[in-house]
Each structure stands twice: as structure tokens, then as C-alpha cells.
Unconditional design. Sequence first.
Length: 180
Amino acid sequence: MRVEYRRTYVSATSLAMRLTSAGDRVTPTAVTALASRLGICKTRENGQRRWTTDDDERLEKLITQHSMVKVANLLNRSPRGIQSRLYTLKIQTWACRDWLTAGDVCEVLGVPQKWLASRLETGVLKATWHHGEKPAQRGGRSWHISHDDLRDFVRQYARDLQGRNLNMVFIVDLLAGLLE
């Protein structure tokens, strides 16, 4: 099996057909599961690498220090793959750090990116750029918004926010000073 299995659905199907005896039926899924237990199935059929516990630990550490794009580059994965894995692990990036990106703030406040961008551009919501310089492309995720600046904004412009859209747990923790 080790020699003939090519990490594809086609090879799993052909091996399943060959392994099927007169009374027993072997499925391609069973072949793939056996390959995984034997350690010869290191990638998925679409070529993506599987996440290991070491990858997960490194992701949890890096996401508290860097933006999602930077973490994706450091882990040699796509930003969408990082985002998907964080969702699977139930890790919210904005809960891990003492700063937020514009995307994080949109999620917390339940507002569209365009609404938030206008507040950032006019300086109503104070923010800095990651590493102190504006990126060459549009970069909503390149904003660095401190908890203190968001707290001040929420206190001053609370009437502009829709209660049903807010992440109330985060907002209460923010206003109570529990996020430092």
C-alpha cells in the first residue's frame, strides 16, 4: 500500500477496488484513513498541509504579536488559511492582543469597514499604522488601534453604535478596564 498510494482520490479508489475481497467492501475513505494511520498521508487531496499541534501552538503565539498577513507569511500559509484555523480553534485575534486591527474593530462594533474607515481617516478614532508607516496598498488590517483609543471612542460616540451589532462581552470588558 505504501508504494501504490499517491495521496490522491484516484489512487485511494484503485487501492480500495484491489483490496475488496469477495465478501468485504473496502472504500476509498477507509484506504485514506489507513494511509493516515500509517503516516503516509501528510497532505489533503487538494494539496493543503494538515495543521499539527506545533503549528497550532506557533499560531497562537504569533497571532498575539503580528497581523494576520504577517503570521501567514511566517507560517508559509495563506491569510484565509490562518483565519480559518483561528475560527476552528475558536481563537479571536482581538481577544489575544492589547491592540486591534480595523477588521477586529469592525467585528467588535458590528460596523461596516467603510464606516470605520471614515472615522479613522478623520481622526475621530485614533490609530497608528503597523510599524509606523502607511502600507502601499489599502490596508484596513494595517491599522493598529489600542484598547485605550477604542475605549475613548466608545465612551464619546456610544450613540453612533447599534446595540444589537456590538460584541457586548468585549465592550463591557473594555469599558470596565479588564482588557489591558
